[in-house]
Design a protein. Structure first.
Length: 418
């Protein structure tokens, strides 16, 4: 007896990409096929052997109709890569591969990683269980020319003979993000198979930088899953072709062009800072932080998040403040006593500091600080330094591992909001 479900389709989320005027509505579809057959073992038990495909993909719309057309064609092309459930089931039965009543399944999630008038990138996350001890996941990036719809590669966006320099930049940043030194062994510290650094096979162009995904067995064992790295474009300017495909992504974000976002992640956490001018000199800042729950090397039970502003000095410049999943949110103006880690003593603050304390940080909840600031007069940009620090006894773990040292002696991410 054959049983085939009717394909399912429904909407579930909406997203707007920062780098271009593109909206994406995510959709889901599901297709399943079953056939009654006998197990290929001594039992010869009769079972319904099934295969189910699940797909999530974006439906895109854009004011740039050429870009919209090529995006839709690329998405449709990737959706068709999956083998149909019916073909898979009939092939497995014919080849005598039905060893248990447990069915097979596959899932594909596509998303638009970035899109500009010059280029767009699709990210595909694939998982399949086709029998055996466990399933297999895989991440891919496909980069396209927005005007022609043709695939492009690294040689199209980087200057000639870029390979050596790219590898050096990525390895240096990967070590920083992984909280290890330049001399530490990749094999001993990060469980790589070999100690020689290699670039990932999957490389894509994101809004926040160059994305690299090392899939299972590429550099580490299956249990380690996918290793992801994002390299900010600011670190790659020496090898990016001037006015080339990546020019719109490398271009600095400006408040006058909409909301500004800065995303950073490393072995310890992911941090997202967004800024938006709400009226006149008023600026809304939102810092969202999530710690990496899979990092077993850096365990701590409490921590803090901080933002500091070298151009601001008074509490009155913070018009409002709020937080989420933070136990205590404090403002320290210029002249207030604060603790400095490197000096191991209290010092006098040189500029405004906002700090949120988390007494027990053992969960995966996102922490958030939201501020509305009054921008200084005659200033067209604002410097912001921010960090996350976890504490285990006398031991500190900090994101970023290397950055700009702040007035408390910790490393900070530093951005300039224009």
């Amino acid at each position: 007896m054959n049983v085939k479900t009717i394909p399912l389709l429904f909407l579930f989320s909406l997203n707007t990409l920062v780098a271009s005027n593109i909206s994406t509505t995510m959709e889901k579809s599901s297709d399943k096929f079953c056939k009654n057959t006998l197990l290929n073992d001594d039992s010869q038990e009769e079972v319904d052997f099934c295969m189910e495909n699940k797909t999530e993909y974006p439906k895109v719309s854009s004011t740039n109709k050429t870009l919209e057309k090529h995006l839709r064609q690329a998405i449709e092309k990737e959706r068709k890569v999956q083998e149909s459930p019916k073909s898979h089931v009939l092939k497995e039965i014919k080849e005598g591969n039905v060893g248990s009543a447990m069915g097979h399944e596959s899932s594909l999630r596509l998303k638009v990683l970035s899109a500009t008038d010059k280029t767009f990138t699709l990210e595909g996350s694939f998982y399949a269980y086709l029998g055996g001890a466990h399933g297999m996941g895989n991440t891919i990036f496909i980069n396209y020319d927005s005007k022609t719809g043709k695939e492009i590669g690294l040689k199209d966006v980087f200057v000639p003979n870029y390979q050596k320099k790219l590898k050096e930049i990525v390895e240096k940043e990967y070590r920083i993000q992984s909280h290890i030194s330049e001399s530490d062994s990749l094999k001993d510290k990060l469980d790589w198979f070999e100690n020689e650094f290699v670039l990932a096979e999957a490389i894509g162009f994101g809004e926040d930088g160059l994305h690299l995904a090392y899939n299972a067995y590429e550099i580490k064992a299956y249990a380690s899953g996918t290793t992801n790295i994002v390299i900010p474009y600011a670190l790659l300017t020496s090898i990016i072709k001037p006015n080339g495909y990546l020019a719109p992504l490398v271009k600095a974000q400006k408040l006058s062009e909409g909301k500004v976002q800065h995303r950073f992640s490393d072995a310890l956490s992911s941090m997202n800072l967004s800024a938006e001018r709400i009226s006149g000199s008023k600026l809304k800042l939102i810092l969202q932080v999530s710690r990496n729950p899979y990092n077993y090397r850096m365990k701590a039970s409490k921590g803090s998040i901080s933002l500091s502003f070298p151009q601001l000095s008074s509490k009155s410049e913070v018009l409002s403040k709020s937080s989420q999943n933070i136990d205590k949110l404090m403002l320290y103006p210029k002249g207030h006593k604060i603790y400095n880690l490197s000096q191991k003593k209290n010092i006098v603050s040189e500029y405004l500091l906002v700090e949120g304390e988390v007494a027990k940080w053992t969960d995966e909840k996102e922490r958030k600080i939201e501020l509305i600031l009054n921008m200084p007069e005659n200033t067209d940009s604002l410097k912001v330094r921010y960090r996350m620090t976890l504490k285990n006894g006398k031991q500190f773990f900090n994101t970023p591992y290397k950055g700009t040292q702040g007035q408390q002696g910790f490393e900070n991410y530093e951005v300039e909001i224009r």
